[in-house]
Design a protein around this ligand. Structure first.
Ligand SMILES: [Zn+2]
Length: 231
């Protein structure tokens, strides 16, 4: 009788431990080997399902739910989850905003250098950066960066680069009355476009009805610009 009770007690303990292991959100390490392969795969499945619930909630908070997000964004979210566990909506919005802001700042600096080298015009004035945070998920997307009439809250590097390029271009036009950048072949202003998700400068001139001149984050060809073969 005592033996039966002891065995039942042991089994209950094992069941309870398994259950606790599966239910605990902050578990990251492997489960004890006593649970074997089954336990490990259950634990992984539980982690995946908890991560995906959390990811859903967070993407709703930043108004990005149901979108086809770049791989880099999903990888970043997975890293956040591994490092900090289930952070709250407001904490996530703050990280999301910080990430957008830092990418926008990098894009802005890259394009500013490019316009200085190519056109000799400075865009370093603080008045250029119109940056706006909206941290309350009820009010709209978070991490909105504004530059001239261009506004961006995307987590995608290519789109941020394109938006910053448009903003700088608009500033150069309104502040210096200068068209930048210009196609060396057709002597006309370029505009931002996207080619395989990368932001590019595109010219509408030429027999083919337009051509990509260069990637926006590519180094400029020189002061006269632009010796990239067309088409
Ligand atoms: Zn051209």
């Amino acid at each position: 009788m005592d033996v039966v009770l002891a065995i039942s007690g042991l089994m209950l303990t094992v069941v309870a431990l398994t259950w606790m292991t599966l239910m605990r959100g902050e578990d990251r390490g492997p489960v004890p080997s006593i649970f074997g392969r089954m336990g490990t795969s259950n634990w992984k499945a539980a982690r995946m399902s908890k991560f995906s619930d959390w990811q859903d909630r967070m993407l709703r908070a930043v108004w990005r739910h149901g979108e086809n997000l770049p791989e880099a964004v999903l990888a970043w979210m997975s890293e956040l989850y591994d490092e900090f566990g289930e952070m709250s909506e407001s904490e996530f919005c703050e990280s999301w905003t910080a990430r957008t802001f830092s990418m926008a700042r990098s894009a802005f600096e890259l394009i500013s250098r490019s316009v200085e080298e190519e056109a000799g015009k400075s865009v370093a004035g603080e008045e250029l950066c119109y940056i706006d945070y909206l941290r309350d998920p009820e009010l709209g997307p978070v991490g909105v960066v504004r530059i001239k009439s261009t506004e961006v809250s995307t987590p995608d590097w290519g789109e941020i680069l394109g938006a910053m390029a448009e903003g700088v271009q608009e500033f150069i036009m309104s502040h210096y009355c200068v068209v930048w950048p210009v196609c060396g072949d057709h002597d006309r202003g370029l505009h931002v476009d996207y080619f395989h998700d990368a932001a590019v400068w595109k010219c509408k001139g030429g027999a083919a009805g337009g051509h990509v001149v260069r990637a926006i984050d590519a180094p400029p060809a020189g002061p006269e610009g632009i010796e990239v073969p067309s088409r």
